[in-house]
Every structure is written in structure tokens, then in C-alpha cells.
Design a protein around this ligand. Structure first.
Ligand SMILES: Cc1cc2nc3c(=O)[nH]c(=O)nc-3n(C[C@H](O)[C@H](O)[C@H](O)COP(=O)(O)OP(=O)(O)OC[C@H]3O[C@@H](n4cnc5c(N)ncnc54)[C@H](O)[C@@H]3O)c2cc1C
Length: 346
């Protein structure tokens, strides 16, 4: 008989976990308190920039690099399936990334060699419209991006088409006891049953489970992004000192982001708008005088060392966790879902 799985949270991690589990023959339901592929109360997946590469990988543990590298590779197949079966293009694009100085040149060279990532030192002539790039920049031609709102819409459409049940506008209550789970109660008082439960609730995962485990160390970390439409867009992702610009295919340009420890406050702020605008204009003076078309924020599931928790809950036997992907959940979601799948009972 098919095992019933209930996934709590319909962000990128929940949706890709659902896709993989469905393909493995599980009967899957996603419970999402808002609407999947929307931006209502700070959901991170819609808000992300969609760079499929860490900033910067030589600053992270091997486990983070493995999850991001494998995740980025798996998007080739996932995006092809989504395009073919839903007609929605997640815009997987090999934009490459240009890292402007200063950066740890030796560490970067060693890392690129170790992971066999093509790289090249380039001068100011590589992108003459940029300023603030005195000295050598590092060009990584094989870095990809996706467009998160499109990716989420495509996943939602695929899940619907494949009869994965989407229980939207349904919120689950925090667990209060360590007993085995046969049902999980919604805030409306309904009891939802399953054989296996998986928490993919991003920044909200800690609140859901804090009475039952000390396994999770997750807190919301806000990030804000500005949207421009320059007359001539950049050809590739540009990174400098924690700040990046990401060009989309249709001429839009994202400029971000921030790392703000402000709890569950998902508002944008004037101060950050000014700060991001100043940084963007300093690197690409063409942006001066252009309107900011949009300004948004998201709450990342922040974790120490950027390491997610993937696998069984330590005491509740049929409860699993796939959460805490912090800055790279979009990149890690496919590999993280695969890892979770391996920990489930056959
Ligand atoms: C500004 C910004 C830029 C970023 N850029 C990148 C990038 O370039 N590359 C990259 O890889 N990552 C990036 N990230 C990080 C990435 O977006 C996150 O790591 C990832 O989206 C986390 O996915 P998630 O599914 O765990 O969380 P979310 O997308 O937040 O999804 C969790 C879902 O759970 C739901 N939920 C919560 N509680 C309950 C409940 N009780 N009942 C039912 N549903 C519930 C929420 O409504 C939400 O939809 C960025 C993030 C931000 C904010």
C-alpha cells in the first residue's frame, strides 16, 4: 500500500521534496498556511535571488558545498521536466558570476582547483561599465541562476497536475508532545492524518517543534532586494563584498541583499533601500536616476554554519525534518530532498 506523507510548508524545500516523493510512489500532501508560490508573510523561496552558488563557497564547510553543488546540478533535469510538463520556464540560465575585488584570491584559486570549477582572472575591460573593480576580478563562467517566482509557479502546477494534494490556507499548530504522530492538528481544529510527517517550514520550523526537540537551531534572518530595469542590462551576476546584482532574461536587474536579525518582521525599510541603492549605483553608475521598480524582503531559515537539518526527529519516530537551509535553500533543495528520501523507511 502507498505510504501517506504529509509535508508541512510549501516553499522550495517542501515542493521539491514532494516532487521527489511522488516520483518514488508515496501519496503526498503539502500543508501550506498561505498559497504556494506567493509572497504573503515573508516566505523565503519567492523572495530569493535564485543564484545557484554560495557566496562565497570557500568560506563554507564541505557539507554546504556538497549540498549546493549537487543541488545546482539537479536543476538541469528538474527545470526540463517542469518546462515540458507545465509549460512554465523557471529560467535556469548560465549567467556566470563576476567576483569583484577584494576577495581571498589564494583561497578562491585553491577551491576552484579542488572542485574543478572553471575560473579566470579578468581585468576591468571584462565589463567596462562597472566601477569599484580596481585589480583583478574572478570570473566563474559556469554559475547558474533560476527565477524563484517562476520556479515556484512551475512546481505548484506540476504538483497539481500529478495529483499531489495541496492543502493551502491551512496552518498546523506547534507540536506540544513527544508522542508518536498519527495526526497533526490545524489551527482550525482539524486533525490531518499520515504515516510520515516532514517539516519543511523554513524560518518557522523552530516555533513548530521547540516543545519536542532541541535538535533545531533556526531563526529568521531577513534579506531585502531592489529591482531595477536598466537601459542595457548586465550580462552576468556581479558580486562584491557581500552585495550582488543579478540580471534576468527580460531586462530586470536585482540588487541585494541584507542579513538582518529582526525576528519575524518581514517589512522592508527605507534605510536598507538607501543602502542597497548606494551600493548598486557605486558599482554600476548607469543605475543613477533610475526608478526602483520593486523592493521586497524574505525571512531566511537562519542556521549556524548554514547547515540544514535533514533526517529523522530524534524522538518522534515518524517525523522527519528538512529545514534550516539559510542562504542557499533554493540551491540545496533538490539534493536535500534526495538526502531526506534516503533516510525514510522503505
Ligand atoms: C533576499 C533573499 C535572497 C536569497 N537568495 C538566494 C539565492 O540566491 N540562492 C539560494 O540558494 N537561496 C537564496 N535565498 C535563501 C532561500 O530563499 C531559502 O533558503 C529557501 O527559500 C528556504 O526554503 P524553505 O522552503 O525552507 O522556506 P520558505 O520558502 O520560507 O517556506 C516555508 C513555508 O512553510 C510555511 N509554513 C510555516 N509554518 C507553517 C505552518 N505552521 N503550517 C503550514 N505552513 C507553514 C510558510 O508559509 C512557507 O511557505 C535567499 C533568501 C532571501 C530572503
Amino acid at each position: 500500500m502507498q505510504k501517506k506523507v504529509l509535508i508541512v510548508g510549501g516553499g522550495i524545500v517542501g515542493c521539491i521534496t514532494a516532487m521527489l516523493l511522488h516520483k518514488q510512489g508515496y501519496q503526498v500532501t503539502i500543508v501550506e498556511r498561505n498559497k504556494i508560490a506567493s509572497q504573503t508573510s515573508g516566505e523565503s523561496s519567492w523572495a530569493g535571488a535564485g543564484i545557484l552558488f554560495p557566496l562565497l563557497p570557500w568560506n563554507y564547510l564541505v557539507a554546504v558545498n556538497q549540498l549546493t553543488m549537487q543541488g545546482a546540478q539537479l536543476y538541469q533535469e528538474i527545470c526540463a521536466i517542469l518546462l515540458e510538463e507545465t509549460g512554465i520556464d523557471a529560467e535556469l540560465t548560465q549567467s556566470g558570476m563576476l567576483i569583484l575585488p577584494p576577495y581571498a584570491s589564494e583561497k578562491a584559486d585553491d577551491w576552484c582547483q579542488q572542485y574543478q570549477l572553471p575560473s579566470q582572472k579578468v581585468s576591468h575591460h571584462f565589463e567596462p561599465r562597472l566601477t569599484q573593480c580596481e585589480g583583478e576580478s574572478l570570473w566563474l563562467p559556469t554559475v547558474y541562476q533560476v527565477r524563484p517566482p517562476n520556479l515556484m509557479l512551475a512546481l505548484r502546477a506540476w504538483l497539481e497536475k500529478n495529483q499531489v494534494q495541496l492543502l493551502e490556507h491551512t496552518e498546523l499548530k506547534p507540536l506540544t508532545r513527544n508522542d508518536p504522530l498519527s495526526t497533526w492538528q490545524t489551527t482550525a481544529g482539524e486533525h490531518l492524518s499520515a504515516d510520515i510527517f516532514i517539516v519543511t517550514s523554513g524560518a518557522w520550523s523552530f516555533e513548530l517543534l521547540k516543545e519536542t526537540t532541541s535538535q533545531l537551531n533556526i531563526k529568521p534572518m531577513r534579506g531585502q532586494i531592489l529591482l531595477y530595469k536598466p537601459e542595457k542590462n548586465l550580462d552576468h551576476i556581479v558580486y562584491k563584498d557581500g552585495f550582488y546584482m543579478v540580471p534576468r532574461r527580460d531586462g530586470y536587474l536585482l540588487a541585494g541583499s541584507t542579513l538582518e536579525d529582526v525576528g519575524f518582521d518581514a517589512r522592508t525599510s527605507e534605510a536598507v533601500r538607501d543602502e542597497l541603492k548606494t551600493k548598486a549605483e557605486a558599482i554600476l553608475p548607469d543605475l543613477k536616476g533610475l526608478p526602483i521598480i520593486k523592493h521586497w524582503s524574505g525571512l531566511r531559515p537562519g542556521t549556524p554554519d548554514n547547515l540544514p537539518t535533514i533526517g529523522p526527529h530524534l524522538t518522534i519516530q515518524n517525523l522527519y525534518l528538512n529545514t534550516g537551509h539559510f542562504r542557499y535553500g533554493l540551491t540545496m533543495a533538490p539534493s536535500s530532498a534526495q538526502q531526506l528520501l534516503q533516510s525514510l523507511p522503505a
